[in-house]
Design a protein. Sequence first.
Length: 373
Amino acid sequence: METELPQQPGTASGTAPQSQPGLAAASGAAFPLMPGPPYHDRSTALTIFGIFQIILGLLAALMIPLAALGAFMSRLVPGGATRPGQLVVAFASYASLAALFLTLGIGTVRMKRWAYALTLVISWYWMIIGALSTVLLTAALPVTMRSALEQAQRSAGGGPSNELSTGIMAVFVTVIIVVAAFFLVLVPIAFVIFYSRKDVAETCRRRDPVERWTDRAPLPVLGASVVYFAGALYMLLVGITTPLFPFFGRYLTGVAGTAGFLVLVILDIYLAFALLRLRLTGWWIAVLTAPVRMLSMILTYTKADLMQAYSKVGMSDAQVAMLNANPMFRSHVILWWSLLSLVIFFGYLLWLKRYFKTPAAPLQTNTFPLQAG
């Protein structure tokens, strides 16, 4: 079974024989490092990137009070008060990002191989999803802002001149797109380029010569496992706070919607661990269920009334009207973008087949020395 990649720190040349990692992981023993090819130590650069991750974590934590302030200000707008469920999702999302970046940053400063592996796979997804999000934002934000400006001017019975408002809007939109492109595209590109270097992997391997749980699967498979686990946590949160579950042409709400999300949570947690352990059955279940999910989303997006479903989860008529006036929601752009992301991930799952082989029958000669006696 192919379970190694060249860039994985625990599988580079010079590690222990193939039969030892399982025992090393169970006992916490270090790998005996043999002399390998010369490399450039990247300890200083790893420390810099780790500090930057810590700064990103602090910025994510700062968004929590800003989100609370935004929720308070929304109460000043008629019908614009933020639902408690939306606040919980926002707070939990920012808190999770803060904890993730802080943990990875500290692990990177300490040059742990698990921090290296997780940072690399997360950076790849960060870059891909960030690029798609930036394109979506660039195309949809000007239309959304223009629609919001027109609605505000109608509500105010005139207001500032259209030329001035348009100029302010253009500057505001440009700043948002530039900031988004920096954090969603440029920063992850820098992480991917740096962490993909063999010297970085070798530095972490030598500074942390102990097998970690991230060494149990190739990095591409580890990435898919992380996606399923993170998706399960997010669906659990949404299922509790905003039970709006797309199900083959209609939206399930209330207890039925929460139950639908819980089923997917259980499935995705299983897939996360099955893929990490390189189980062929887990890969087949992931590949077979992905088209079913896409079919359910397509049927729901094309047939069901999203605004009516929003009204069933506690949104006021004023909030539903505001969403319906937003071109991004009215045209289901965000929903179709989610479907596109799922299609891309399905193609990625098919590509991962190379890492899942039918296991051969075990032989008595393959037992470990400690088991033979």
